[in-house]
Write a protein that binds this ligand. Sequence first.
Ligand code: GLY
Length: 342
Amino acid sequence: MSSRRTFIATSFAAAVGAVAGYFTGKPGNETPHQERIAEDSSTSNSPPAEVYKKGLVISTWYHGLVANAAAQEVIAKGGRAVDAAQQGVMIVEEDPTGTSVGLGGAPDREGKVTLDACIMDDKGNAGAVCFMEDILHPISVARKVMDDTPHVMLAGEGARQFAIESGMDTVNLLTPESKLLWEEWLVTSQYKPIINVENHDTIGLVAIDLEGNLGGACTTSGLGYKMRGRVGDSPIIGAGLYVDNEVGAATATGLGEAVMKTCGTFLIVELMRQGASPQEACEEAVTRICEKQDYADFQIGYIAVNKAGEVGSYAIHKGFNYAITKDGKDLGMVNVGSYSSD
Ligand code: GLY
């Protein structure tokens, strides 16, 4: 562990007036990634406009690479972080080969693809849709809820109707490939999450624009073969995504129920508000889950950024990764440290 990281942990404990042990991220699991982030954090006291002259984008899993590229394009043109986040995740929503987001997403156990998404901007505005069918870009509907209605979330048929009234077309989100997989699943109809593999690769993206403002988006088709009507963390503000422009932003992937029970991304941002680095905050949020829930069979991954442009990430199990674009450069994927050494 670098002395820098030790310093950050010490400062955090002092900042929250905590006794030793408050910072409960499991020791001994540090990865090269965490060391790398600690190194990256060395400029944390500089204003973001100085540190990230060309913006910063982080997003979950491999599909984050294409999402980041689209988001960075918006930022490079002087666009807002919230617009960058929306444009970035839209690329993943419309990709029929992904089985966990938008088109081609795994359906529920009745064969219906139902989508969840939310978005937040730098002014504290938020919009969300959940349990919505037939619309290619749930994130754009969430954006319209935020911009054009007095509400934060629309659900099910109401969200679909609002999307159509807003000029969006309906599409069949169940591709022949995802239909075939669902039909195979029907043979046994047994649901057991498989860590990192099955269906938890939600795209969550948070960004800092050239003005130093934050924004984020999160979108998913949720758990494959879920019960009809099940809604996960991804459309829930403070669970799948939270943005506070004065503090930082965080987003989540994995088993939504575990994130919702701990208000995961709100917790991370609040910990950062109290002085934790993004890394420390992500570790604490994962630890809260692991201390109370039997985490052996499910994965949770968090990524976070603070106002100064420091980045953090943590997961329950190995195998989670995220894409990072910093100073306008695609830095590729980062493997995330884990609570469990399994
Ligand atoms: N994190 C996505 C879900 O649980 O639906």
